[in-house]
Design a protein around this ligand. Sequence first.
Ligand SMILES: Nc1ncnc2c1ncn2[C@@H]1O[C@H](COP(=O)(O)OP(=O)(O)O)[C@@H](O)[C@H]1O
Ligand SMILES: [Mg+2]
Length: 359
Amino acid sequence: MIKLGPGAVIGILGGGQLGRMLAMAAAQLGYHTHIYCPDERNPAEQVTDRLSRNCYTDEAALIKFAKQVDVVTYEFENIPVASVEILRQHVPVFPSADVLRVSQDRLQEKDFLNDIGIDTAPYKAVSTEIEAQEALKIIGFPAVLKTRRLGYDGKGQAIVKNSEELPKAWAKLNSHEIIIEAFIPFDMEISVLAARGQDGDIKCFDPAENIHKNHILDLSIAPARITPERRQQAVAIARKIVAELDYVGVLAVEFFVSSAAPIFRVNEIAPRVHNSGHWSIEACPTSQFEQHIRAICGLPLGDTSLYGRAEMKNLIGDDIHDMDLYLKDPDANFHHYGKKHARPGRKMGHVTRILPTVK
Ligand SMILES: Nc1ncnc2c1ncn2[C@@H]1O[C@H](COP(=O)(O)OP(=O)(O)O)[C@@H](O)[C@H]1O
Ligand SMILES: [Mg+2]
């Protein structure tokens, strides 16, 4: 176990809004941050005291970075595993390269979940259109085709309602690493943010209910409007996942919730802080960002109970131009990610409101 005190330097791979909010939480606890990221004008560099602008495959730059920091973490999961393997020869990296490998590939991720007895959508990996036609005979319609790697916000996905729709979907995804999943007619999507410390202590946030618009998260409501018993069941599944992975840090688990069995199916996991946990900044004594910093630095995990019912709304693209409205609203906690251009579909900020009663 490594314990780092205030004054230590936390290296963060990735410079998006998640890196920005991690750096702010690290500063609150007295740590320095060093952002490593290839992009110019990234949201995190405005709030960090150190920055390396290099690509993730630059071995010399990675080693130099590793020598300048006391621990490394990441804010998005598409860092090459080979880069993390290089870093870990010089500095502790949390979450581990093994966890990263599993969560980068939807096939390995689903195999892992099923191996530990957790339900997912029925699935089959295919590499040709002919294999896909065969797999669809077993999985049935509608089905969702997904690229095994690099998908986000619904990108790299296509729904097929019948076999005639396959050629177009196959051409659109343009990949030989595809997973076909049965379409799950869920009642609700929820997520659980689970944290595990280096000492094995686990603390989870209340499940959040997630509502998407155009495949992008629009609203998160915590706690999710399911029974307390169901909430406990979802948390138990998330606890099992972080324990089995020997995980260190915060991990997000996305679920489909259905009224018919199996009630919970895990859709995917993300080895990082997550958009559906942003409400924790104002709604809990410890935010997901602070919890992640605590876990990787070997500090005790913090309390995750809710002060009230929380609602987080993402501000996508032009939504950010309503900033003054939010600033005038006494209940709105407004966050701007410091991005200059409000392109459609781009996450520009978010707003959290806390309502006093938790049912
Ligand atoms: N098998 C499925 N059945 C029903 N809906 C799905 C299925 N897979 C994905 N979706 C819908 O698409 C969204 C995005 O898919 P997801 O696998 O989470 O990819 P990502 O978040 O990486 O883009 C999900 O939140 C859900 O609304
Ligand atoms: Mg998802």
